[in-house]
Design a protein around this ligand. Structure first.
Ligand code: SAM
Length: 171
């Protein structure tokens, strides 16, 4: 597979997972978190998918297309490790959908960041929130969900946030 093929497949997987998760949270109120603005492509897609939702973006360095620059009230600028723990103070409620697209070429640093994020993110999530991620996020409250059929395993990751109490009630 060429790098072009791989890039296209990654974007197709992102889009399919975002579409699925946006559909699943239609009846769940709450804001959306976008971790990693980058060029702003997935932010643009989320805005289109979820026009009524407030979307809060976390990013350390804004380099997006000008059309996809979040307004200052919805941009938490800085390292995730500094901005995420206090993000709850800015949010109007618990998050219904979080998208983490945080990978870089440094696999070790990305894995370390994902491991930190897996521990920090659940505190901001509503019961039944969905998480879409480019990295695995192992946490007891994040239940892996089946990917859209066209997305190969481990290309993207989907989770539903479910507390221990809800997990006990379901079993
Ligand atoms: N989803 C974006 C898009 O569609 O254009 C691409 C996101 S890009 C793969 C990852 C982004 O995460 C980069 O813009 C990078 O600056 C940001 N990022 C990575 N680690 C970060 C950290 N520790 N704190 C804040 N931002 C970080």
């Amino acid at each position: 597979m060429t790098r072009l093929d791989s890039f296209i497949r990654r974007l197709e997987a992102q889009r399919a997972c975002l579409n699925l998760a946006a559909d699943r949270i239609v009846d769940l109120p709450g804001p959306v978190l976008e971790l990693g603005l980058g060029n702003g492509r997935t932010y643009s897609h989320l805005r289109d998918l979820l026009p009524g939702r407030q979307i809060f973006v976390l990013e350390r360095e804004v380099r997006c297309h000008p059309a996809d620059l979040p307004d200052p009230q919805h941009l938490l600028l800085g390292d995730f490790r500094d901005t995420l723990p206090s993000a709850g103070d800015r949010l109007p409620g618990k998050t219904a959908l979080a998208h983490a697209d945080i990978g870089s070429g440094d696999h070790e640093a990305t894995a370390e960041l994902a491991s930190w994020l897996a521990g920090a993110l659940p505190a901001l999530l509503a019961e039944g929130a969905w998480v879409v991620s480019d990295q695995p996020l192992p946490h007891w409250s994040l239940l892996p969900q089946p990917l859209p059929t066209e997305v190969p395993a481990n290309r993207y990751f989907l989770y539903c946030h479910c507390s221990a109490r809800a997990q006990r009630a379901a079993s």
